[in-house]
Design a protein around this ligand. Structure first.
Ligand code: ATP
Length: 311
């Protein structure tokens, strides 16, 4: 069996620096000892996942990434394996970290950079939706930048998968965890009907009010992200989660006094619409005047152009 087709294990990678830590994972930079290709490896402690009842989320992440396969705007999951204590997810390495860090460093993105990254974000979301995946937690922390500053969506732990009829797909419980703590069954199947997924600032009004979350909810997040690119902060931000939710439901946001190009304001206004049926669709977004003359079917235009000079 060739090195590329057989099942991987820890021994196949040289582990480098720790990149970061999540609430139930640690991410390391690692090199494939055969191909010398650089990856990020997310290590999840089995005991911790079982104790914190996160099996379901880990399963969702694995299954959605497998379904999405390879797309430049979405982190690819190359291999998964486990040892006695941990699960390992081998994914694309994002050399420049989170888009949030870039926004914070720059304060705001200018119009050219905003358009450059929005084109990639919209293309990646269109692909994701075409595969029946709703991300449900889109935000600048979950958008990473690769070695040549192209974006990649990550963190599919809150995602929902739909079948071709638009019905929620049953999650297969195929993650076998062999530690003492659990059998691989979901510890938290009886999710509360009104449970909140996502991050307060980017959550859609229909999720807050009616516990509905469709493709439109990802578009709502795109509107919040576009606003954040150009203004520096998300549109709805209260001092507590509750106050943030009130602002979202009341569509309580303003554009600051400094100059924001009219097409961007117009686009944001048509995405941040309370009724998901009246909200811009991904097609409306692509056809908007802000993206005039963008060749949406030209892969090279979207994914191969050099990024604008970031200053
Ligand atoms: P939580 O699970 O609590 O929401 P998280 O999603 O940030 O946190 P991880 O996905 O484990 O948790 O990521 C931990 C850190 O590693 C983050 O700072 C993230 O930016 C970074 N990171 C995650 N994936 C990659 C990657 N593929 N390349 C580079 N850095 C990454």
């Amino acid at each position: 069996m060739s090195a590329s087709s057989r099942r991987r294990s820890v021994k196949d990678f040289q582990f480098g620096n720790k990149i970061g830590e999540g609430s139930y994972s640690t991410v390391y930079k690692a090199v494939d000892v055969y191909s010398r290709k650089v990856f990020a490896i997310k290590i999840l402690s089995k005991a911790h996942i079982v104790k914190e009842k996160k099996i379901k989320y880990v399963n969702i992440e694995k299954q959605t990434l497998n379904r999405l396969g390879h797309h430049p705007g979405i982190v690819t999951l190359y291999y998964t394996f486990q040892d006695e204590s941990s699960l390992f997810f081998v994914i694309d390495f994002a050399e420049y970290g989170e888009l949030l860090t870039l926004i914070r460093k720059l304060g705001t993105l200018n119009e050219v950079s905003t358009k450059y990254y929005m084109i990639q974000l919209v293309d990646a979301i269109k692909f994701m939706h075409s595969k029946g995946v709703i991300h449900r937690d889109l935000k600048p922390e979950n958008i990473l930048l690769n070695h040549d500053m192209k974006l990649m969506i990550t963190d599919f732990g809150a995602a929902k998968m739909l079948d071709e009829n638009g019905n929620a797909e049953e999650l297969q419980s195929n993650l076998s965890i062999n530690s003492n703590g659990g059998s691989g069954e979901n510890g938290d199947d009886k999710e509360k009907a009104a449970s909140f997924v996502g991050t307060a600032e980017y959550v859609s009004p229909e999720l807050l009010q009616h516990n509905e979350c469709g493709y439109e909810s990802d578009i709502w997040a795109v509107g919040c992200i576009l606003y954040q690119f150009i203004v520096g902060l998300p549109p709805f931000k209260g001092s507590t989660e509750y106050l943030t939710f009130e602002k979202i439901i009341g569509l309580d946001y303003k554009f600051p006094n400094h100059f924001i190009p009219d097409p961007i304001k117009h686009l944001i206004t048509n995405i941040l619409v309370i009724d998901p049926k009246k909200r811009y669709t991904i097609k409306d977004v692509q056809e908007h005047q802000f993206f005039k003359n963008v060749p949406w079917t030209d892969f090279n235009y979207i994914w191969k152009r050099n990024p604008p000079k970031i200053e």
